[in-house]
Design a protein. Structure first.
Length: 172
């Protein structure tokens, strides 16, 4: 019992989640997240800030993933939002938000689903806040994007195309 630490045998793996890294267990690390490109346009200000009619808002979301090095993958979440009233543009927000992920010992069949479903799911709340802050800072109420089910988008594209090659696109 003297060799036990916190109820674990002394020869237990040192990894915090109980997995032995030397045994080839899958490991995922988020190395960094960043704004790659951000644009906010308010082309008709100040008139666009005084419109009586609520604007029509169109949102497009795309995911792109690519290998960036040994066991390194960059995942980009592109969010485009356009608000219009009739023919008048109230605002346009374009955000390209990236994340760098280290993936070790991940089975090949799990790579694409992780990169186009789980990684964007991790990045989305941060990108959502940036979009909300940009619209608020532009003089409009914050644009709060609804959560996106990247898994459903992925499955729909898999069913429709028999594979997607690292791209998930959708309209919210």
């Amino acid at each position: 019992m003297a060799d036990d630490i916190g109820g674990l045998p002394a020869d237990a793996p040192a990894d915090a989640n109980g997995l032995d890294p030397a045994a080839g267990q899958p490991q995922v690390s988020i190395l960094t997240q960043y704004v790659k490109d951000l644009s906010f346009e308010n082309p008709n200000a100040p008139a666009s800030l005084q419109m009586a009619e609520a604007p029509r808002i169109e949102i497009n979301v795309n995911v792109n993933a690519r290998r960036s090095g040994d066991d390194l993958y960059e995942v980009e979440l592109k969010i485009e939002a356009r608000a219009t009233t009739g023919e008048t543009t109230a605002f346009v927000v374009d955000l390209l938000y990236g994340g760098l992920f280290a993936l070790r010992n991940l089975p090949e069949e799990a790579l694409e689903p992780f990169l186009v479903v789980e990684a964007p799911r991790i990045l989305f709340p941060f990108a959502r806040r940036i979009v909300a802050d940009a619209t608020r800072d532009g003089g409009f109420p914050p644009l709060l994007l609804e959560p996106i089910d990247f898994g459903s988008l992925y499955m729909a594209q898999q069913a429709g195309q028999g594979g997607i090659g690292g791209q998930v696109a959708g309209n919210a």
